[in-house]
Design a binder for this molecule. Sequence first.
Ligand SMILES: C[S@@+](CC[C@H](N)C(=O)[O-])C[C@H]1O[C@@H](n2cnc3c(N)ncnc32)[C@H](O)[C@@H]1O
Length: 255
Amino acid sequence: MPEKPTEDARFYGRRKGKPLRATRQRLLDTMLPALTLPLAGLGEGERLDPHGLFPRPVDQLWLEIGFGGGEHLVAQAAAHPEVGLIGSEVFAYGVGKALSQIDETGVDNIRLWPEDVRQVLPALPDGCLQRLFVLFPDPWPKRRHARRRMIQPARLDDFARLLADGGELRVASDDMGYVRWTLMHVTAHPAFRWTAQGPTDWRERPADWVETRYEAKALLAGRKPAYLIFRRRPRAAVPGTLAEAPAGEGADNNP
Ligand SMILES: C[S@@+](CC[C@H](N)C(=O)[O-])C[C@H]1O[C@@H](n2cnc3c(N)ncnc32)[C@H](O)[C@@H]1O
């Protein structure tokens, strides 16, 4: 079994909420074991073969971190049967909700990690991901909690290792402090560039981006989210210093 990360024990919010409905609990008991990533069988330093996880060959592998109720994860899996999706979520209620949607839709291209995603990241091979989604991460707005944020330098190093050249990191948030934090850290990382050419590129939800529960809540409350897409630079072209990063990218785009 992978070790529990020690970096910050309270990295995420709650794991358990209201009691699960009997049907969801049954899905957790019966369906989840077959869909759970087989991390327990890995030896020291061994990595998963992600393409062997699915019942048929997949062209690409995508990862969603903190999928909440699984709306986005399941909709993307249904829209892209040629893609294998891994979803990680610590909140048992959300995992149960995702399982009932997987059951209803019959999608077979999702694998789950119902625990901290920091246990999955080291088990995946370099460059295996074409897309990585971090949608409406917990904002941890207090300065003293900043190290619990999903977007931070150590995690971006993980993401840079895992994303294939040209792969996408998609981050959304309705918390403008978190949006600025994300832009500051991701654009400072030499492996990433922000793809936005102008404000509409981050103010409007891209057509293939499925609305999540937190996004719907934010919109209902009148908060306009930012939708950020970063591209992993080709490894050969990653500049050694920030000063070599191309000028002008993301210019005039400040949220
Ligand atoms: C604010 S919610 C957003 C949920 C969903 N993405 C949405 O937009 O509706 C953030 C989610 O990230 C999950 N989360 C936080 N840290 C996590 C971690 N280390 N591993 C897996 N999930 C995590 C939380 O349990 C929570 O459900």
